[in-house]
Design a protein. Structure first.
Length: 269
């Protein structure tokens, strides 16, 4: 197990100098994380194909490797959120030269209207990406929940009262299962942050519709995209309530002398 933990431990953010392009730095970091995922996947295949390993030990190693992969996925998701947030800030604070030229040649009323259209189009684009990222992370939560239930059922199914299996269940509650539950809570916190950002952008869109002058032949947002954003916004208000209930139902079983709990990854926005 020591070889697994030494390889699967995720590195901290890549250090960069002040002159390095942040986008390139993020790309390198994501590439490095993807390379780690590939190595972990290879380890899983190697463990699966090793017929000399005891089935229980094999299961524990595979679960530990999958936990490491989930942690890396959370880091990649956080990098994508930061990149998206930076693009939003840049688009709002640094209008392009084309936009400046159009604003200078139009009347004040037309210029304000066109800027609102461009801003709304950009906002819808970011909304679509945020909604997709949120759904992806919700899928990760469901996958972790399934793995936890499967592992608990497997270890709890002990008709012969095998003390070794009971000990494995106690150890798993304090290591692998506890780590996954903490990771679920971290991902849920990130999803709540994404949903809050979606609510803010939807509110901005509504304010723009109420205050900006109407432009003839202005392009309307795609129906499917608009519907997906509205559905996500309406559901996000209920998530904060249901998340607290789900968190209270998380099963914990402290055992003295249990293995070291792997560090959880902070992916909060």
């Amino acid at each position: 197990m020591s070889s697994i933990s030494s390889i699967s431990k995720s590195p901290g953010p890549i250090q960069t100098n002040g002159n390095q392009n942040p986008a390139k730095s993020r790309d390198k970091e994501v590439q490095s994380l993807n390379n780690q995922k590939a190595k972990l996947s290879e380890q899983i295949e190697a463990v699966n194909s090793n017929e000399k390993l005891d089935q229980k030990i094999k299961q524990e190693r595979i679960q530990a490797l999958r936990t490491s992969i989930q942690e890396i996925d959370a880091q990649i998701a956080q990098i994508q959120i930061e990149e998206m947030q930076e693009k939003i800030n840049n688009s709002q604070s640094k209008p392009s030269e084309t936009q400046k030229h159009e604003a200078a040649t139009e009347t004040n009323n037309t210029a304000d209207s066109m800027n609102a259209v461009v801003k709304n189009h950009t906002t819808y684009d970011h909304l679509g990406k945020l909604v997709g990222l949120s759904k992806h992370m919700e899928g990760s939560i469901k996958l972790l929940d399934t793995e936890i239930k499967k592992e608990e059922n497997w270890l709890s199914d002990n008709p012969h009262q095998d003390s070794g299996r009971s000990l494995m269940l106690e150890n798993a509650e304090q290591t692998v299962l506890k780590s996954k539950r903490e990771q679920i809570q971290d991902i849920k916190a990130t999803v709540r942050g994404i949903d809050n950002k979606i609510d803010e952008l939807v509110s901005d869109l509504n304010d723009n519709k109420d205050t900006s002058p109407q432009v003839k032949n202005a392009p309307a947002p795609p129906d499917s995209e608009d519907k997906g954003v509205k559905d996500k916004s309406s559901k996000s208000k209920n998530k904060s309530d249901t998340t607290e209930v789900q968190a209270s139902n998380v099963k914990t079983n402290p055992v003295t002398g249990a293995g070291t709990v792997p560090p959880s990854i902070d992916v909060r926005v």
